[in-house]
Design a protein around this ligand. Structure first.
Ligand code: NFS
Length: 664
């Protein structure tokens, strides 16, 4: 039964073993059907004459609003909420950076000075003969100015290709200030303001661009400055990373500021001694949701799971504390925690959580807050009852920042995207795909994510992953270098040559901004057109759940990428809006959003788009049989033809060569 709910064996084990004991999101999704009117966006509740349900013969609300207006408004409001969540996260990081630069924080410092210089240059901040802290302060100030800017445009638009910048200008969808676009979108979708669906959707793109090229990009950059730019590291994933003999603390939520300090506190000798005094052999950290990705990318802290695993982690009975801040935290957690010895610790002043203990996080006393939290977790250890940690975990490699992807293709001084572009031009790599987003209790956990990624790489599409999709992929072993055995022959050759897995984990959901940077670098490197919209690339969000995912899909589309969402079309009640967001946006900005719940059909659409872009660029048509006669594949082929012994003989005749003696 549970295997109908998730492809994750660890999740299934917990669901089966605690069936009688706890009610999870999986159960609630089974008993609570989605509202058929709201799920199609046919319900308008922006005023108090309604809610108006535009079903059957009713095609207008009390005020006369049409289905298209209602659907566009609902979609716009989702994007505004999603954009504000990412951007508020970015804003808090800017405050932390300024406080750190002024020496007012505890435990934070500028970890990546090179990145600080790079970001300062992008933001137009003078660096010559200035101290690191002075520069960092101005970077934080300029970032804050981007949030509150009223006129002009946000600074990072200049990071896009020239053609893209000109298009945004021509369409008048350049975000002016990050906050301004959210406020204006909420105003425009108030009762009786903007009534034209296309016009509302243009403003929606503008707001989302403020997220992707503003709030999220700043969040990523400032996190790298403060906590270090990720580079590849090894770790593990899934509920099996919890430890029987240690204090288990699960970090859940989004903002890396507190979790960074908890990572530091978990190796504090004083706290390790305290843990030992309670009978624990150590302090073990694990993550859930995007906090997991933040601490994985920089410290190799293993994720215990993705969005739908949050209740299940507590149900192992082995979690002393789950520490949460903001976003994607199920309200049901407190009830689940109550059944075990787990302490749910809320830390953000923005999120009061009933049933949780509140230990406020203050960046000025960050290390003290972190120590208090770790100490509270240790105190729970002796109260632990029986446990059921599924013996299931996978190895993974993560940490592929865009800086590292450039570095691995050309070294420190010649960082480049040339090899990647050449591989795409030659057809070794058919195209690129970003597979991102959440779990959604309405579909089988991780099924769409894993199937889509497997088929993409089998068909020579290089995949980058973020967010809960990355964790889903990792749980199935896709982030191991050995997974390249599943890849098509051409992609495998490239992965072998560069030494990368065919699925690259680039970070949390705000780090989707790294994907914008990667795509821009591909577009400007040469040979693949001159804008993101020319690239044979797609964005896929198979199991989206949150408003943030909708904002991401919108800014990715507005940046020129064809985006495919699974699950269900949230604006399906208005064919006009469906057409505007898909075909209309494709014509207008070169990218659009299509919802396709059927995974096979979604894949067909993805491949068709990639091949169409290859054709438009005048590249050779993709041919899966053309490559695969080099590297490990050559040896395998020869072994099949000649037998293993003879091949070993060929190599030992010429041991210094990577080419068999018979070939040279
Ligand atoms: Ni993204 Fe992160 Fe996960 Fe979805 Fe939630 S954690 S910011 S919204 S559920 S991917």
């Amino acid at each position: 039964m549970s295997d109908e709910l998730s492809v994750d064996r660890a999740a299934c084990m917990i669901l089966e073993s605690c069936e009688e004991e706890i009610v999870t999101a999986f159960d609630r999704a089974g008993s609570l059907k989605p509202c058929p009117i709201g799920s199609e966006s046919l319900c308008c509740k922006v005023c108090y004459m309604g809610p108006c349900r535009l079903v059957g013969k009713t095609d207008r609300g009390v005020c006369g609003a049409t289905r298209a207006t209602v659907a566009a408004r609902n979609f716009a409001r989702s994007v505004a909420a999603g954009a504000s969540a990412h951007s508020d996260h970015g804003r808090d990081l800017a405050f932390t950076l300024m406080a750190a630069a002024q020496g007012e924080t505890q435990g934070y410092r500028i970890r990546d000075v090179n990145k600080l210089y790079a970001v300062a240059e992008l933001l137009g901040i003078e660096t010559k003969n200035r101290s690191v802290n002075d520069i960092a302060y101005d970077v934080g100030k300029e970032a804050l100015d981007n949030f509150g800017r009223q006129r002009g445009t946000i600074t990072y638009l200049s990071r896009a290709t020239r053609r893209r910048q000109a298009l945004w200008k021509e369409l008048d969808i350049e975000p002016r200030g990050i906050d301004r676009e959210v406020v204006e979108l909420l105003h425009r979708t108030h009762m009786g303001v903007d009534q034209d669906a296309e016009h509302i959707l243009d403003a929606t793109m503008r707001c989302a661009l403020g997220d992707g090229w503003g709030g999220s990009m700043l969040a990523t950059d400032i996190s790298d400055i403060l906590f270090g730019t990720p580079s590849p590291l090894q770790s593990q994933v899934n509920l099996g990373v919890l430890k029987e003999d240690q204090v288990n603390i699960v970090l859940h939520g989004h903002e890396p500021t507190l979790s960074e300090m908890i990572v530091a506190a978990s190796s504090d000798p004083e706290l390790l001694d305290y843990a030992a005094s309670k009978g624990a052999k150590g302090i073990n950290l694990a993550g859930i949701c995007c906090t997991a990705n933040e601490v994985l990318m920089r410290h190799g802290i293993p994720p215990a799971g993705n969005f739908l695993s949050q209740e299940l982690a507590i149900a192992t009975g082995a979690v002393e504390a789950m520490v949460v801040d903001v976003q994607c935290i199920m309200q049901a957690l407190a009830d689940v925690a109550k059944r075990f010895h787990t302490k749910l610790i809320a830390t953000s002043k923005k999120a009061k959580i009933e049933g949780a203990e509140f230990i406020p996080f203050d960046e000025h006393k960050a290390y003290d807050s972190a120590k208090a939290i770790v100490r509270a977790a240790i105190d729970q250890f002796p109260k632990r009852g029986s446990t059921r940690i599924p013996p299931i975990k996978e190895e993974l490699i993560a940490g592929f920042s865009h800086e590292y992807i450039g570095y691995m293709q050309g070294g420190l001084y010649r960082s480049s995207f040339r090899p990647l572009n050449d591989a795409i031009i030659a057809g070794r790599i058919r195209g690129l795909a970003g597979v991102v987003g959440c779990n959604n209790a309405r579909v089988k956990q991780d099924e769409g994510i894993t199937k889509i990624i497997r088929e993409l790489i089998r068909n020579d599409v290089l995949v980058v992953v973020t967010g809960c999709a990355a964790t889903g992929a990792a749980k199935d072993g896709y982030l191991r270098p050995e997974f390249m055995e599943e890849a098509g022959a051409g992609l495998r050759e490239v992965c072998e040559a560069i030494g990368i897995p065919p699925v690259l984990h680039v970070g949390s959901c705000v780090d989707n901004s790294r994907i914008l940077t990667i795509l821009t670098q591909c577009a400007t490197e040469g040979g693949l057109g001159d804008d993101i919209s020319d690239l044979p690339a797609v964005g896929i969000c198979p199991e989206y759940m949150s408003e943030k995912a909708v904002s991401i899909g919108t800014y990715v589309a507005a940046s020129g990428i064809y985006v495919l969402f699974g699950v269900h079309n949230p604006v399906g009640g208005s064919p006009e809006v469906v057409d505007l967001i898909s075909n209309g946006w494709m014509k207008k900005v070169g990218g659009g959003i299509v919802w396709e719940p059927d995974t096979d059909k979604l894949l067909e659409l993805a491949f068709a788009h990639i091949d169409r872009k290859r054709r438009d660029l005048g590249l050779a048509a993709y041919d899966p049989t053309r490559f695969g006669a080099s590297g490990d594949r050559l040896i395998e082929k020869l072994e099949q033809q000649l037998g293993q012994e003879q091949v070993v003989g060929l190599y030992s005749a010429n041991p210094s060569s990577s080419t068999p003696a018979a070939e040279s």
